[in-house]
Design a protein around this ligand. Structure first.
Ligand SMILES: [Zn+2]
Length: 121
């Protein structure tokens, strides 16, 4: 895994800047049954700019996949959760849990998971 220097979070994922609307923030994370939505970009739905998250991740990795080192662009990029959002739903919205990776890695991970060969936690 490539070491990256983490930049400050975009405003929509900045806990301090979002503190004033914290209750609303967590409201947005839940579906109609009260279950947490495992989608990181939901956090930016309200007035946030989702593309800023991707842009900042690309910038801090110098446009390379943290897993394989391949060059990535906005079009072939995946936002990976280091700790899976299925097991740690609150970390789905944690800036420090988001990593830029290529779609190749994502496809590999999906296949390995589907075939039961991977369980990172
Ligand atoms: Zn990769």
């Amino acid at each position: 895994m490539k070491k990256i220097h983490r930049l400050p979070p975009p405003d929509c994922l900045d806990n301090q800047k979002q503190a004033h609307k914290k209750n609303k923030f967590y409201e947005v994370l839940r579906d109609n049954n009260g279950k947490i939505k495992p989608r990181w970009n939901t956090a930016c739905k309200e007035g946030g700019d989702i593309s800023k998250i991707r842009k900042t991740l690309l910038e801090m990795s110098n446009q390379t996949c943290v897993y394989c080192g391949d060059k990535i662009y906005n079009t072939n990029m995946d936002v990976d959760h280091y700790l899976p959002s299925s097991k740690f739903p609150y970390l789905a919205y944690c800036w420090n849990n988001l990593l830029p990776s290529c779609l190749k890695f994502y496809q590999y991970w999906l296949t390995e998971k589907k075939e039961g060969r991977i369980d990172r936690i």
